[in-house]
Design a protein around this ligand. Structure first.
Ligand SMILES: CC[C@@H](C(=O)O)C(=O)SCCNC(=O)CCNC(=O)[C@H](O)C(C)(C)COP(=O)(O)OP(=O)(O)OC[C@H]1O[C@@H](n2cnc3c(N)ncnc32)[C@H](O)[C@@H]1OP(=O)(O)O
Ligand SMILES: [Co+2]
Length: 134
């Protein structure tokens, strides 16, 4: 079912500071910030030769990363995003095996304009999984 790792996401309390750190200290190319109100986050992508790092800052009162940052105030690794060819087939196979698909269960459009879904971290060894159809 799984294809490439599309990105690894890190939740941060201050996106400007995290951007400066990746761009100026680590010497990486960092994209422009993108506000995604439907996801409750503002994101930048750090572009690496073999994958991307997504830096996430909460946006709005109901951000899904607010509780995570309350527990991890300095920030931390938040999710890993795997590519899939058919997100509906993947969802249905996972749900029929008992995995919890988060939200309404219907894919949303993610930061790359592609359909995405999330799987509960307690069903996958303590790691929140994002699936992105490519
Ligand atoms: C930019 C768009 C898109 C893209 O294209 O890339 C994105 O990446 S959007 C990213 C943000 N969106 C989401 O994360 C959506 C899915 N997430 C959720 O629905 C929630 O965050 C959650 C996973 C259900 C957690 O909800 P929350 O209210 O924060 O906490 P709970 O108390 O319900 O948590 C239950 C349990 O799970 C542990 N937990 C929470 N988050 C994580 C995590 N990221 N990684 C590992 N574990 C996590 C939490 O600590 C609780 O554990 P216990 O304390 O042991 O009960
Ligand atoms: Co993501």
């Amino acid at each position: 079912m799984l294809g490439r790792v599309n990105h690894i996401a890190i939740a941060v309390p201050d996106l400007v500071s995290a951007t400066t750190s990746y761009r100026d200290t680590l010497g990486a190319h960092v994209s422009q910030a993108q506000a995604l109100p439907e996801h409750g986050v503002t994101v930048v992508f750090v572009e690496l030769p073999n994958t991307k790092i997504e830096l996430l800052e909460p946006l709005g009162a109901d951000s899904p990363i607010a509780a995570f940052l309350a527990k991890n105030p300095a920030g931390g690794m938040h999710h890993i995003c795997y590519e899939v060819e058919d997100i509906i087939a993947a969802r249905d196979q996972l749900a029929s095996g008992g995995a919890r698909v988060l939200g309404s269960g219907e894919p949303k459009t993610g930061a790359h304009g592609k359909p995405v879904l999330f799987l509960h971290p307690k069903d996958f060894h303590g790691t929140l999984i994002e699936l992105e159809q490519v």
